[in-house]
Write a protein that binds this ligand. Structure first.
Ligand code: AMP
Length: 302
């Protein structure tokens, strides 16, 4: 496994593989890897000849009062996991490698990035799009793998790739959860035992919302209110937002059947003490809950 913090050297290696006719899959991460990241790497491994993982805690996607400094890091453990999955290359740059002192070019987007997480994190998606664009230039892969855990990010990256005519296929992968339902996240490590228990309210309230839809409810406001009420019952939890939107463009829907491409995203962000956690489900009109992210991505790219 190659480990490099150098953009030029990394690009040369990817180009060499491409010259040999090998396909390359990229998994962008911020490290502190868990089974959620691992599932992305495994998908990339199945579908490509070579797999590259980037590990970079990207400073420009954090707001001034966010957790950039305290974000968990353990490169040794991450590298061991990558090795065990059969990753071929880890790109692990320093911040200075990615951002010159006079760096001033950003990728931004209207619409999609202003909703949901964009409301409480106004510069977040600009930072994500900028770093992902840079990664796509440094690692010109055939496919890049993103988790549905960050559903808005997945929608934004797909839109950016379409809008800017980038030559890469974006593959969405399902959410991996702990056995008790909590979505795996590097940020779960911030939770103490009591908060860890309280955090179950995310999946519990989403499951209740999903059940309402399964039972026939189509009024988004009613489902939203039910989820909000369940979150309010948990003393340690404070909802940042509960939203039901069209997954294709992240605009609000009133009736669930109104989604333009037939997929509704129900997304929540909840503060558990000082930790902000996100979770979601995607409801596929006519087919129910989406189980395979990839079917959707392949169809939607065509
Ligand atoms: P991060 O390191 O948090 O930036 O995440 C890197 C990638 O892993 C993103 O595409 C995430 O959506 C994905 N990811 C994180 N947690 C999970 C999870 N529990 N299940 C599936 N994908 C995940």
């Amino acid at each position: 496994m190659i480990i490099s913090g150098n953009s030029k050297e990394t690009r040369e290696q990817i180009k060499e593989w491409k010259k040999q006719g090998l396909s390359v899959g990229l998994v962008p991460t911020m490290g502190y890897l868990h089974e959620g990241h691992q599932s992305l790497m495994e998908a990339a491994k199945r579908e490509n000849d070579r797999v590259a993982v980037s590990i970079f805690v990207n400073p420009i996607q954090f707001g001034p009062n966010e957790d950039f400094a305290s974000y968990p890091r353990d490169f040794g453990k991450d590298a061991a996991l990558c090795e065990s999955v059969g990753v071929d290359l880890i790109f692990h740059p320093e911040a200075e490698e990615m951002y010159d002192e006079d760096f001033c070019t950003y990728v931004d987007m209207d619409g999609l990035t202003k909703e949901l997480c964009g409301k409480s994190r106004p510069t977040h998606f600009r930072g994500v799009q900028t770093v992902v664009s840079k990664l796509f230039h440094i690692i010109p892969a055939d496919r890049a793998y993103f988790g549905q855990k960050d559903a808005q990010q997945l929608a934004v990256i797909k839109k950016m790739v379409r809008d800017l005519s980038m030559d890469i296929e974006i593959i969405g992968c399902p959410i991996i959860r702990e056995t008790d339902g909590l979505a795996k996240s590097s940020r779960n490590t911030y939770l103490n035992a009591e908060e860890r228990q309280a955090a179950l309210v995310l999946n519990r309230s989403l499951a209740a919302g999903k059940k309402m839809i399964e039972d026939g409810e189509r009024d988004a406001a009613k489902v939203k209110r039910h989820i909000e009420a369940l979150i309010a019952q948990e003393k340690m939890a404070k909802a940042d937002y509960v939203e039901i939107v069209d997954f294709s463009d992240i605009t609000p829907v009133e009736k669930l059947d109104d989604a333009k491409r037939g997929e509704v995203l129900c997304a929540i962000a909840v503060w558990i003490g000082k930790t902000r956690l996100i979770d979601n489900f995607i409801w596929n009109i006519g087919r129910g809950q989406r189980t395979s992210g990839q079917d959707y991505e392949k169809r939607s790219m065509s």
